[in-house]
Design a protein around this ligand. Sequence first.
Ligand SMILES: C[S@@+](CC[C@H](N)C(=O)[O-])C[C@H]1O[C@@H](n2cnc3c(N)ncnc32)[C@H](O)[C@@H]1O
Length: 251
Amino acid sequence: MADHGYDEAMAAFYDAMAAEHAGDDSAFYRDLATASDGPVLELAVGTGRIYLDVLAARVDADGVDVSPAMLAVLRERAAERGLDPTVWEGDMTALDTDRQYDLIYCPFNALQHARSVDDQQATFASVHDALAPGGRFVFDVFVPDFELIAETYGEWQTERIDLEGNEHELRSRSRIVDEPRQILAVESRVLGPEGEVRYETRQRLSMLPYQQVELLARDSPFESWSVAGGFDGSDLEDGDTVQVWTLEPEA
Ligand SMILES: C[S@@+](CC[C@H](N)C(=O)[O-])C[C@H]1O[C@@H](n2cnc3c(N)ncnc32)[C@H](O)[C@@H]1O
């Protein structure tokens, strides 16, 4: 998946952006990881926003990500905290590991970077093969919200982020770039204090509404699954913004 879009520009401001948008996922995944009996793997580990806290909690944790730029930031942050990460460059559609994990988790919409049904099916199969008996696969993806799409897509949104000790302007725009397949592109620009463009980047994601995930789960080697409407475990209901899925292989 060469065109993942997580280049050096994205890696440079990812943490500042995620600090504004990621919500209350960190504690949820850290608690899952610390409660696991065996090793855990974060899929699409990025800059280690969640992974480094899991590692600091003394969990036997690995991470994989397709982007060398994101992993380079992760390694820097780990060194600053005196942590020793086990992460490697790899694609979630074809996990290359000999380990059997008790938990594989994939936070913050990262699964939506698998944009074709082939890639989505391959990811589910690949994760299934890397799980120990009794293990589980947990991930969250957003609920496509038609009102939000109608109101904000195509329009530049502006916010302030704290980057390198200075306030910067982050402009971002989401657009549907393939309507039949429900693929969106998110463009971002970071402007420095003088209004100069510091970073510019673009990622593409697939919408993964509930019924598509359910079909993928039914088609996968997983035996059972459940979904919550948030990180508090509540039922998925109309109006929820996030779907938190748990898939389990045959015991
Ligand atoms: C939204 S970030 C999530 C990073 C981190 N898990 C977090 O919660 O902050 C998405 C990550 O997915 C990674 N990614 C995209 N496509 C991927 C693929 N096919 N295999 C592995 N990682 C991928 C990107 O490089 C990026 O680091």
